[in-house]
Design a protein around this ligand. Structure first.
Ligand code: MRU
Length: 350
């Protein structure tokens, strides 16, 4: 997608450096972060300089390729296995991270020219992610009527993938075709990926939108102001249960109550056939700091953290929840739109 008329992906490799759009600085500053080693790339994933299922996957693939570049000639095998473990330990919920790391590891290990093969595989994963999201946009566009009011949660836009996004791709496709779409963006506390990232993306693409407090969705749905909900996912179990940003479950239950279609948009690389249900998906807990403090620019434009809760209170910060398949109308993938059940999901991979 374009920023200031220039096309960017969220993650790419230049020489041995992994370049990332610095998402912690957005929407206040647009910066590119350079990770010079696989360990620096791990740090970038852990500290959420890069975040979102596909963007984490693309970056993890590049990190694994960096490890092949850095591996010593003696003891290379042990170095690579440790690097794989380090990369996989950065974010536990995102399926794309494991999928990408494994693919690049195997490509490098099974080749005479391991560095070249690892790099090529990492690039292929990034390209596939972008292309899958473009196709999700095309399939999802068919579901969006002219004049639709769409609610979305967190950020599943292009910043969360290598390009295009998952939940926002159908909205961009519809908008580009001239359909009128109004997007209600859940602010998505505690890190406010909706208010900061989704709103920034939609503003850049001239898509009309309102940021909604997290607790306003049910009210709007009860008033008939929402026609459909589209969210992304960090991991989908083989029975169609969906892990996504905390708060997704509530939206899905309320949408069902009011008869509003609830769609999940995700590339097939987010589906984990080894998880038979949502109970098997590891869910990340994050630091209480994210709740107790908020970050924004001070008068000099520097990002500053301020305490926004009662001093001395502790906070709980579950970062993801699982929405059971029964609340999901359909899953929009690059291979088509499927019902959230084991048979339809398995058919996708035939
Ligand atoms: O904590 P984050 O920002 O890494 O949250 C993950 C997500 O981006 C969301 O759950 C998103 O909606 C999934 S689609 C990339």
């Amino acid at each position: 997608m374009k920023v200031n008329h220039k096309h960017y992906r969220t993650t790419w490799m230049e020489g041995s450096t992994v370049c990332l759009i610095e998402q912690n600085q957005l929407p206040f500053k647009f910066e590119v972060f350079q990770a010079k080693s696989y360990k620096e790339t791990c740090h970038a994933i852990k500290t959420m300089i890069v975040r979102g299922a596909g963007a984490i996957g693309g970056t993890a693939g590049f990190a694994m390729a960096q490890a092949f570049l850095e591996a010593p000639s003696s003891n290379g095998e042990a170095f690579l296995r440790q690097a794989k473990k380090d990369i996989e330990a950065t974010r536990p919920t995102a399926q794309n991270l494991f999928y990408a790391t494994q693919r690049v590891f195997e490509a490098g290990k099974s080749s005479e020219n391991s560095v070249k093969s690892a790099r090529e595989e990492a690039q292929k994963i990034a390209d596939e992610d972008a292309e899958s999201c473009r196709q999700i946009g095309e399939f999802g566009n068919e579901l969006i009527k002219d004049g639709a009011n769409v609610e979305t949660h967190c950020n599943a836009g292009w910043l969360a993938f290598v390009d295009y996004g998952s939940a926002l791709a159908p909205i961009y496709a519809a908008n580009n075709l001239g359909k009128k779409v109004l997007v209600y963006v859940d602010e998505t506390r505690p890190r406010s990926q909706g208010a900061r990232l989704t709103a920034w993306e939609l503003h850049n693409e001239n898509v009309p939108h309102y940021i909604l407090p997290d607790n306003a969705g049910a009210h709007l749905m009860s008033q008939g102001k929402i026609d459909m909900v589209i969210v992304g996912s960090d991991r989908i179990a083989s029975n169609g249960d969906v892990a996504n940003k905390i708060g997704t479950l509530e939206k899905a239950i309320v949408a069902k109550e009011y008869g509003i279609p609830f769609y999940v948009a995700a590339p097939s690389s987010t589906i984990d056939l080894n998880c038979s249900s949502g109970k098997d998906i590891p869910l990340e807990e994050r630091s209480q700091e994210e709740i107790l403090y908020q970050t924004g620019p001070n008068q000099k434009g520097e990002l500053e953290k301020i305490l926004v809760c009662s001093p001395g209170s502790k906070a709980l910060n579950p970062a993801f929840d699982v929405t059971p398949a029964k609340y999901v109308t359909a899953i929009i993938t690059e291979r088509g739109i499927v019902k959230p059940n084991s048979d339809s999901i398995k058919n996708l991979f035939k």
